[in-house]
Design a protein around this ligand. Structure first.
Ligand SMILES: [Zn+2]
Length: 133
């Protein structure tokens, strides 16, 4: 059996592996300073178009979590999703990965993980999710 694994991010420019671990990528408006995720084409506050890509890091705090019981194209029933807040104050909707079946609780520290979350055409599709730190 031959196993060839290729991988691709589900969307370019959302995250990368940095020297200190994985990081989400956001956009900072050079005119007003607003930081958003993902990187926008235009600032949502001042409509400025000079947007600098910045690393948002991989740490967050869990705001809320729930279990999705409806299957979808990529995830079986019973997968967890939630809302995390980054140190910059950005709220991000994300897949969540529980550890040791411990329940999620609001306020728990979370860390970013880049992982192959599904496959398409024999290619692992890399996406981000948060796990308890
Ligand atoms: Zn702006």
């Amino acid at each position: 059996m031959t196993t060839t694994t290729t991988s691709t991010p589900f969307r370019e420019g959302l995250f990368r592996e940095g020297p200190d671990g994985p990081t989400l990528l956001g956009g900072r408006c050079s005119n007003c300073g607003r930081v958003t995720f993902p990187v926008p084409d235009m600032c949502l506050d001042c409509r400025g178009e000079d947007i600098e890509t910045v690393e948002l890091g991989g740490e967050a705090e869990l705001l809320s979590a729930t279990t999705v019981h409806m299957p979808n194209r990529h995830f079986p029933p019973g997968h967890a999703v939630g809302l995390v807040v980054l140190p910059q104050g950005l709220r991000i909707f994300s897949q969540l990965r529980p550890v040791d079946d411990k329940p999620f609780r609001s306020g728990m520290p979370m860390t970013l993980e880049i992982a192959p979350l599904w496959r398409e055409d024999d290619t692992d599709v890399l996406a981000y999710r948060f796990v308890p730190a």
